[in-house]
Design a protein around this ligand. Structure first.
Ligand SMILES: O=C(O)CCC(=O)C(=O)O
Length: 269
């Protein structure tokens, strides 16, 4: 099941959402822990773009949520959704429940995690380099996914996970416009297809918070469901996981009372 709704966000809500996002301080994470050698000789690298997670944070260095095996210490409790996002969340959930077969909506499903991606170009060695894309991947969180787009439009594609070569081509291509909502779920779109952001249209307009040496031209908010029993407060993380993300949590705590509190409560059980 795939549904695209252009013009989903009313202008006032869009404005409120952008005002909230404008106050965030996104993180630019490294793909692997900086305390150990990357696994299987993988090269260490910065993620392609800065991100901010709400609800729970999947730090790249702890690896992403991948049930059934990749569950422990993958999703770290993060700031709750602010009222503007909670309002949109409720409406998206209502639409999804109305449109999807109950078979594709797991028990207890609701949006409790939101990844905010900042797409743009970064200054590298005095040159602006376009990094506005995401490679093919699956979202392993159970149930439907909702995605809101702001700013320059993006070419979003579903491709078969069985693909032998490029000849096969994308199974579905969708331009995601400013203010649009895309939802997808069910076996075909979640399990059999992978998805990617192939490119983001060029634009001289920027949006979102100031990020040093970076120009954002598109923001995407992807909503998913992580079973609450798989979300771990910072203080309950294992020692290695806690050490891996400690610097990030300190950076977040500089601007986020939630993460400052998480650090203060570190020794509370
Ligand atoms: O930016 C988008 O439209 C999609 C982002 C995405 O694929 C993801 O967060 O998993």
């Amino acid at each position: 099941m795939h549904q695209y709704t252009p013009g989903y966000l009313p202008p006032k809500l869009r404005e409120q959402l952008l005002a909230y996002i404008g106050g965030l301080h996104p993180l630019w994470e490294m793909r692997y822990s900086t305390l150990r050698e990357p696994p299987n000789g993988q090269p260490q690298r910065q993620l392609l773009r800065p991100v901010y997670w709400l609800g729970n944070w999947q730090f790249a260095c702890l690896d992403y949520y991948r049930p059934p095996k990749g569950i422990k210490d993958r999703c770290v409790q993060a700031e709750p959704f602010p009222p503007v996002i909670d309002k949109i969340r409720l409406d998206m959930e209502r639409r999804i429940r109305a449109a999807f077969s109950p078979r594709d909506v797991p028990k207890g499903w609701h949006f409790n995690t939101c990844l905010i991606n900042f797409y743009g170009e970064k200054l590298e060695g005095g040159r602006w380099v376009d990094v506005a894309r995401v490679g093919e991947h699956r979202d392993f969180e159970p149930g439907p996914v909702g995605s809101l787009s702001l700013g320059a439009r993006a070419m979003f594609q579903f491709v078969s996970s069985q693909r032998i070569g490029e000849r096969d081509g994308p199974r579905l291509s969708q331009w995601l416009d400013d203010g649009s909502l895309q939802v997808f779920g069910g076996r075909q779109f979640k399990d059999l297809f992978l998805h990617r952001v192939q490119r983001v249209a060029r634009s001289t307009q920027t949006l979102g918070p100031e990020i040093s040496d970076y120009r954002t031209r598109r923001i995407n908010l992807t909503f998913r469901f992580v079973p609450p029993e798989h979300v771990t407060p910072y203080r309950h993380l294992g020692g290695q996981a806690k050490a891996d993300i400690q610097t990030y949590v300190h950076t977040l705590a500089e601007h986020s009372p939630f993460f400052a509190q998480a650090l203060a409560g570190e020794n509370v059980r």
